[in-house]
Design a protein around this ligand. Structure first.
Ligand code: CAO
Length: 415
C-alpha cells in the first residue's frame, strides 16, 4: 500500500528533539527524510544519556526512525555544493538550529529560493520575532515562557514543568502541520514558503485554556472550579490548579489501594454532573443525590474538597484497575494513573502500533512510541533509526555523483 507522503523529499537539518519529532512523523507518513549530520559526531543526542557504551542512545533512536543519514560538512565549500544539489532535489528543508545558523552557512531564504523556488523552509525556533528571538531554547525554557509552568503545580509550591514534552515534541507536531499545509498550498501556487513554529507559541497554543481563564479571572475575580475557591485566594494571574479538571466537570487525583507503597496507585476521578446519582450510589452516599447541598453542580462547587475526600475513602478500598472497572460500568469518567512500566507492558498499545518493538543492529531490541496518528490508507511501519552516515554513498549516487567523485569528496572532508 502507498503512503500519504510518497514522493515528498525532506532535507532534514534537525537535531535534538523538537525538529526530529517533526521529520519522524513525516517519514512515518511516507516522506523520504534525508538527515544531514556532522561527520564523526552527528546529532548530539546520539551520545546523550547512553545506556550502552558506543551505541546510539535511545534518545536518538526513538526520535529518528525511518530516516536516512548522510554526513556532510556544511562549512566545507565542496560540502556546500552537495547541499545545493540536495536543496534542488528536495521539497522541504526542516531545521532547528540556533537563530541565524542557516544564514551563517550561506543558506539564506533568498539563496534557497534561487536554488529551488518550490522549496518549503520549515524552522523551529525558541521564540518568534521580538525581544528573545536570538535566544537558544530547550524544552523547559519553552514550558516556562509559554505559560505552562506558571499554571502547573500546586498553589503552595513553585511552578512545575510537565513530563510531557510540549515544548519540543509539541512544537514538532505544530511544525509538521505547517509543512503539510504549505505542501498543499504549493499544489495551487507552485511556490515554496517559510514555515515557522516558535516553541513559546506552541506551548501557549497548548495552554489556550489558561489565557481563557486569565480573562475570566480579570472579569470576575474568582474561578469556581479552581481549588482556590473557596479555600484559598486568587491573585492577579491564573494560579496553579493542582490536579483540578480544566473544564466545567470537577476532577481530582485520588488514592487507591496500595498507595502507601506504590507511587502510582491513584485514579483520576471526574464528578461529571450527569452521573452524579450513580457516583453517590457507588460510594454509598445515596442521600447526596437529593440533598440540596450536594444535588446540583453549583451547590457542590464550594464543597469539592470534602466530596473528593469522601470519594477517596471509597477508592482507597479498591486498586486503580478495580475502581476503573466498577466506575466504567456506570459511565463515570475516570482514568488510572499509569506508570511507564505499565504502559510499556500494555498489550492493547502493542496491538495498535502505539508501542512498537524495534530491532537495531548495534543496540538490539528496544521499545519505542510508534505513530500516534493512524491513517487508514497510509499505515505506518516503524523502521530503525540510521547509523551515522549510513546512507551517504546511496544518497550521493542518487544525486548523480560517481564513486570516484564520492571518494574525492570524502578525502576532501566534505562528506
Ligand atoms: N557541518 C558543519 N557544521 C554544522 C553542521 C554540519 N553538518 N550541522 C550544524 N553545524 C553547525 C551550525 O552551522 C552551527 O554553527 P554556527 O553557530 O557557527 O553557525 C552549529 O553547528 C550548531 O548550531 P546550534 O547553535 O544550533 O547548536 P547548539 O548545540 O549550540 O544549540 C539548541 C542547540 C537546541 C539550543 C539550538 O539549536 C536552538 O536554540 N535551536 C532552536 C530551538 C530548538 O529547536 N530547541 C529545542 C531543542 S530540543 O530540546
Amino acid at each position: 500500500m502507498g503512503k500519504a507522503l510518497d514522493g515528498v523529499r525532506i532535507l532534514d537539518f534537525t537535531h535534538v528533539q523538537s525538529g526530529p519529532t517533526c521529520t519522524q512523523l513525516l517519514a512515518w507518513f511516507g516522506a523520504d527524510v534525508i538527515k544531514v549530520e556532522r561527520a564523526g559526531a552527528g546529532d548530539i543526542t546520539r551520545e546523550q544519556l547512553r545506556d550502552i557504551p558506543d551505541v546510539d542512545s535511545l534518545y536518538f533512536t526513538m526520535l529518528n526512525h525511518n530516516k536516512r543519514s548522510v554526513t556532510i560538512d556544511t562549512k566545507n565549500p565542496e560540502g556546500k555544493q552537495v547541499l545545493e544539489a540536495l536543496i534542488q532535489k528536495c521539497d522541504v528543508l526542516v531545521e532547528n538550529f540556533a537563530p541565524g545558523a542557516l544564514d551563517r552557512m550561506g543558506f539564506t531564504w533568498e539563496r534557497i529560493q534561487e536554488l529551488n523556488p518550490r522549496m518549503i523552509v520549515a524552522s523551529v525556533k525558541g521564540f518568534g520575532p521580538g525581544p528573545y528571538e536570538d535566544c537558544k531554547v530547550y524544552e523547559n525554557v519553552a514550558q516556562c515562557a509559554g505559560g505552562a509552568a506558571s499554571t502547573t503545580g500546586f498553589d503552595d509550591g513553585p511552578p512545575v514543568v510537565s513530563g510531557a514534552q510540549i515544548g519540543d515534541s509539541g512544537t514538532g507536531l505544530h511544525l509538521a502541520l505547517g509543512i503539510v499545509t504549505a505542501l498543499y498550498q504549493r499544489t495551487q501556487t507552485g511556490r515554496g514558503q517559510r514555515v515557522l513554529a516558535a516553541m513559546q507559541d506552541g506551548v501557549l497554543n497548548l495552554c489556550r485554556v489558561k489565557l481563557r481563564d486569565q480573562q475570566r479571572l480579570e472579569r470576575t475575580g474568582v474561578m469556581k472550579e479552581y481549588p482556590q475557591y473557596p479555600n484559598g485566594k486568587f491573585g492577579e494571574a491564573v494560579p496553579r490548579a493542582g490536579n483540578a479538571s480544566g473544564g466545567g466537570q470537577p476532577g481530582w487525583i485520588l488514592k487507591c489501594k496500595g498507595w502507601e507503597t506504590d507511587p502510582n496507585a491513584y485514579i483520576y476521578f471526574i464528578t461529571q454532573a450527569p452521573v452524579w446519582a450513580k457516583i453517590c450510589n457507588v460510594i454509598g452516599k445515596e442521600e447526596w443525590a437529593t440533598d440540596p447541598d450536594y444535588a446540583t453542580p453549583a451547590a457542590r462547587l464550594p464543597r469539592l474538597k470534602d466530596i473528593f475526600a469522601e470519594i477517596e475513602r471509597w477508592t482507597m478500598t479498591k486498586t486503580k484497575f478495580e475502581a476503573m472497572q466498577i466506575l466504567n460500568k456506570y459511565d463515570i469518567p475516570c482514568g488510572p494513573i499509569l506508570s511507564m512500566k505499565e504502559i510499556a507492558e500494555e498489550p492493547s498499545l502493542r496491538k495498535t502500533g502505539t508501542i512498537v518493538e524495534v530491532d537495531h543492529p548495534t543496540r538490539g531490541k528496544y521499545l519505542t512510541v510508534g505513530n500516534p496518528i493512524k491513517l487508514s490508507d497510509s499505515p505506518t511501519e516503524v523502521k530503525r533509526s540510521p547509523l551515522l552516515g549510513e546512507h551517504t554513498d546511496e544518497v550521493m549516487a542518487e544525486l548523480g555523483y560517481s564513486p570516484e567523485q564520492i571518494s574525492a569528496l570524502r578525502t576532501a572532508g566534505a562528506i
